[in-house]
Write a protein that binds this ligand. Structure first.
Ligand code: DC
Length: 207
């Protein structure tokens, strides 16, 4: 069975948690596509050329332990504006989506570009302030010495760059279902997403 769930949205909206939970619930494979961009961004911080890094990306690059740092996140957002970098990463993502048994991909352009024919498209969002607070708590818990102001500024800078770029900007697909998690518990957001996927999985709703 091929069944693709595309989950897009800005940084720290809850995509990752929702995607992991949806994949676990239905037994689908999950690809956090942000990791591909983070792995390329990380390489540029080490002095590599972004396009070359994207073309030669290996599975081991996705296992580096420092992919979740704020520095790598900003570097990822910067290289993600490059059309050649994005093109180099398309096949890997589409092959993943086409696997048997169902797949969840989360990112910025999954519903609009990578899997424009996905069976379910969700766009998960929340206000910049709520997202920054979540990211701040997450980073502090991991021992990063960051301030609320810096994290909010980082989130806003990434939002701006990710949604204003020419190549595959962050935006909801026309047929995406919006989930605003600003005033929602993560449990409720997960429940909502699972219900939406469940509805589309019913044979009468499959196209
Ligand atoms: O989801 P994330 O925070 O790990 O993503 C890091 C950066 O990678 C994000 O700011 C923009 C870029 N990205 C992208 O352009 N397209 C995707 N499908 C996923 C991430």
């Amino acid at each position: 069975m091929k069944f693709t769930v595309a989950i897009d949205g800005p940084a720290a909206a809850g995509k990752g948690t929702i995607s992991t939970a949806v994949a676990a619930h239905f037994g689908f494979a999950h690809l956090d596509t942000g990791l591909l961009y983070r792995a390329v961004g990380r390489k540029t911080l080490l002095g590599h050329d972004a396009v070359m890094a994207a073309k030669t990306l290996a599975a081991t690059d996705l296992q580096e332990t420092d992919l979740r740092t704020p520095e790598v996140a900003q570097a990822a957002s910067k290289i993600a504006v490059l059309a050649e970098v994005r093109t180099a990463l398309v096949d890997f993502q589409r092959n993943f989506a086409a696997r048997d048994g169902g797949a969840v991909l989360d990112g910025r352009d999954i519903g609009t570009v990578i899997c424009s024919d996905a069976n379910v498209k969700l766009f998960v969002t929340a206000s910049a302030e709520v997202r920054a607070e979540r990211r701040y708590l997450e980073l502090r818990e991991k021992g990063h010495d960051v301030s609320r102001e810096t994290v909010l500024a980082d989130v806003k800078a990434r939002d701006e760059r990710d949604s204003q770029r020419e190549a595959a900007p962050l935006k909801p697909a026309e047929d995406a279902i919006m989930i605003d998690t600003s005033d929602m518990s993560i449990d409720d957001a997960v429940k909502t997403a699972i219900e939406m996927v469940q509805t589309r999985l019913k044979p009468s709703n499959r196209t």
